[in-house]
Write a protein of this length. Structure first.
Ligand SMILES: O=C1O[C@H](COP(=O)(O)O)[C@@H](O)[C@H](O)[C@H]1O
Length: 256
C-alpha cells in the first residue's frame, strides 16, 4: 500500500509537499551536485507556489541554483501560450521567485519552441528526450479526473504511450482528449528510473478517480493507477480530505 498523506486543507498540503520536496533535494545533493526534478502542469503548480515560494522559511531552504527542472509533459504550443506547462511554471514559480532578492533561480528545460507548429512533433519529443538526465531524483505528478498522469491517457487510442519496454523516454501524444491535442510526455521507463514519484491531488472532483486508483484492487487501465501499482515502493500521494472523502483509504501523516 502506498502512503496517502492526507491533509485538512490546501495550506497544510502545500507545506508538507514542500517539506517532502526539500527532503528529496537534500538526499539528491548528498548523492551528487544537482537536484533533477520533473514537474507536471495543472493544479499541482498552485501547491508548489504556496509551499515553496510564498513561504519565506521554506523558500530559503531550497538550494535553487542546484535545481534542474524538467517537465513531465508539455503541450506543443509556444512557451508564452496560456496552455504551456512551462509558461504556467514560470508564472507560478519562476517569476515570483525573481521578486525575492538574492534568490538564484533554477535551471529550466523547456521544449524547443522553434519546432512548434512545423509538424515535427516526433523530433521535438526526441530533442526534449536528449536533454533528460539519466535518472530523476523526484518526479511530481498530477492526476486528471479521467486518470491520466503526465500526458499518458487511458483508452485504446492512447495505449501506444504505455509500452513499458519502449526505448523512447519522451513520446509525442497526439489527439489528446484534453486540449491541446498535441503534447509530449514522459514514458513509463522514464518514470521507472526515478528515485521518487509523488502524486498531488486536491478537491472533490478528484474523488471518483481516486476511488478507482487507491482501492485495494486498483483499476490499472488508468495510467495514474498503473504507475502507482507498478512503482509502489517509490510512490507517495499527497491529497486533501475532500479528494478522499468517504474512501476506505488509510490516511497517513507525513513526518518530517
Ligand atoms: O493536462 C494535464 O493535466 C494533468 C492533471 O492536471 P490537474 O489540473 O487536473 O491537476 C497534469 O498533471 C498534466 O501535467 C497536464 O498537462
Amino acid at each position: 500500500m502506498v502512503p496517502v498523506y492526507t491533509h485538512d486543507d490546501s495550506a497544510a498540503l502545500s507545506r508538507d509537499l514542500a517539506l517532502y520536496i526539500l527532503a528529496q533535494q537534500d538526499q539528491a545533493l548528498q548523492r551528487g551536485d544537482r537536484f533533477n526534478i520533473a514537474v507536471s502542469g495543472g493544479s499541482l503548480l498552485k501547491a508548489l507556489r504556496a509551499g515553496l515560494v510564498d513561504d519565506a522559511e521554506l523558500r530559503a531552504r531550497a538550494n535553487w541554483a542546484r535545481w534542474h527542472v524538467f517537465f513531465c509533459d508539455e503541450r506543443i504550443v509556444p512557451l508564452e501560450h496560456a496552455d504551456s506547462n512551462y509558461g504556467a511554471f514560470k508564472a507560478q514559480v519562476l517569476d515570483p521567485l525573481l521578486q525575492h532578492d538574492g534568490v538564484l533561480g533554477p535551471t529550466c528545460y523547456a521544449i524547443n519552441e522553434s519546432l512548434v507548429g512545423l509538424g515535427e512533433n516526433d523530433r521535438l519529443a526526441a530533442e526534449y528526450e536528449s536533454l533528460l538526465p539519466a535518472q530523476f531524483d523526484l518526479i511530481l505528478l498530477g492526476c486528471g479526473p479521467d486518470g491520466h498522469t503526465c500526458s499518458l491517457f487511458p483508452g485504446d487510442t492512447h495505449s501506444y504511450l504505455l509500452d513499458p519496454h519502449t526505448e523512447r523516454r519522451v513520446a509525442w501524444c497526439h489527439s489528446s482528449p484534453k486540449p491541446p491535442a498535441d503534447r509530449i510526455t514522459f514514458t513509463l521507463p522514464t518514470l521507472a528510473s526515478a528515485h521518487a514519484l509523488c502524486f498531488v491531488a486536491e478537491g472533490a472532483s478528484k474523488q471518483p478517480v481516486l476511488q478507482r486508483i487507491l482501492q485495494s484492487s486498483p483499476d490499472i487501465s488508468l495510467p495514474a493507477a498503473l504507475v502507482t501499482d507498478r512503482f509502489a515502493q517509490r510512490v507517495s500521494w499527497f491529497v486533501d480530505r475532500s479528494a478522499v472523502h468517504d474512501l476506505s483509504v488509510p490516511a497517513a501523516t507525513y513526518h518530517h
